[in-house]
Design a protein around this ligand. Structure first.
Ligand SMILES: [Fe+2]
Length: 392
């Protein structure tokens, strides 16, 4: 539903911004002759760019669909910056031109460049920064009855979003950083894929991911994007009843060496630590959003041990705390990923980024090691989060 609303808004915005851009070309005195001669070309470019993301969403599976999806994601980000800038600058320029009683003006021409150049520079920076990962270090202390437990170094990664815009080089960089931390435990908090689309050469990713090493292994949960579905502008245009985890995904996760925890748990360190993994809150991977309640999931957990939970979306923290969890490891928010998302997303997510104390339980949210949709980071970073846990 959200995807279809976004599609309508997108089409209105595309037509509106194209008309404004043409209006400005008509009244600019900067590139007058070029403007007239290239009108057909411009309209063709607007139309093609506007249609590309829709082809990416609705065409049947093909390399052409994935190509459209990849280009469309970058176009979305550029458009997100260009649209408001061109509306504001051109309006100001046209008002000034009218006040001077001019039908044409250089200032109006400049307003196009004043919108286009910053949008292009922001997008270029985002693409560049999207290929960088930093290491973030955190420390927490957990009360444990068993005083034989030694300090534990957990590496938390999430939101790899392997798909049409991901690059094996970024995954390789992440694996190198993870291994440099010499972790005891590696947790992957979901959104390993973005749907089932565009995962060309999966072996390049699995070869890298299977190289991650730790004392106790790599444990992961699925996220809301670890299902096969059609997306438009990042929003699902498929009903949940059609959103399933696929055999291709399961094979990938096997090859990557991940132990998946689908509403189930394991014990580590000779039974002295309990680790539980939840199904995603919105998409369980079986065409439903059904999952165990917090109470049911933790009912068999040994409360005398520290209890860790991997949960893709940072929700139900009060319930998890009340049920006896000591630390919950999440992703999902990307910390907003792209400006102004880094300003807006924290408003709508109580637990958006970092570590918070929830009645003695740690709610830990990473910004993620990859990107969703546009392969960009602006105002936020891809990260590998290292959490050093001391037991006392
Ligand atoms: Fe994500």
């Amino acid at each position: 539903m959200l995807g279809k609303i976004f599609l309508v808004v997108y089409l209105i915005a595309q037509v509106g911004v194209s008309l404004v851009t043409e209006y400005v070309w008509e009244r600019n005195d900067l590139v007058k002759d070029i403007g007239k001669k290239t009108r057909v070309l411009r309209i063709a470019i607007y139309t093609i760019l506007a249609i590309i993301p829709m082809l990416g969403a609705y065409l049947p599976r093909s390399s052409f669909k994935y190509y459209c999806l990849g280009i469309g994601n970058i176009w979305f980000a550029f458009f997100m910056y260009y649209a408001p800038l061109v509306l504001i600058f051109s309006l100001i320029a046209v008002i000034i031109a009218k006040a001077r009683k001019k039908t044409r003006s250089r200032l109006v021409g400049f307003s196009l460049f004043a919108a286009f150049v910053p949008a292009l520079l922001m997008s270029a920076y985002g693409l560049y920064h999207g290929q960088e990962i930093k290491v973030v270090n955190e420390q927490i202390t957990i009360n444990a009855e068993d005083d034989s437990l030694e300090d534990l170094r957990v590496v938390l990664i999430a939101d790899l979003h392997i798909s049409v815009n991901s690059r094996p080089a970024l995954t390789e960089q992440m694996v190198e950083l993870v291994n440099e931390q010499d972790p005891d435990l590696i947790l992957v908090a979901g959104d390993i894929f973005t749907s089932n689309m565009g995962m060309t050469h999966p072996e390049l990713y699995t070869d890298a991911l299977s190289q991650m090493h730790s004392t106790y292994g790599v444990y992961a949960v699925g996220g809301n994007h670890d299902v096969d579905e059609n997306l438009f502008g990042g929003f699902s245009v498929s009903p949940i009843s059609e959103a399933f985890r696929t055999q291709e995904m399961d094979d990938f996760l096997d090859a990557a060496g991940f132990t998946m925890l689908y509403d189930e748990g394991v014990t580590l360190a000779d039974g002295r630590i309990t680790l539980l993994g939840r199904l995603d809150e919105s998409k369980a991977g079986d065409g439903t959003s059904d999952r165990l309640s917090v109470e049911d999931l933790l009912s068999d957990a040994d409360q005398s041990t520290p209890i860790f939970v991997i949960e893709h979306e940072p929700v139900e923290m009060d319930e998890l705390s009340a049920a006896g969890a000591d630390a919950v490891f999440c992703g999902h928010t990307h910390n907003g990923q792209i400006f102004p998302g880094n300003v807006i997303v924290p408003i709508f997510n109580e637990y958006c980024y970092g570590i918070e104390d929830v009645n003695g339980m740690y709610a830990i949210v990473t910004a993620g090691a990859g990107y969703y949709g546009p392969p960009m980071r602006i105002g936020t970073d891809n990260e590998v989060m290292v959490i050093d846990i001391t037991f006392n």
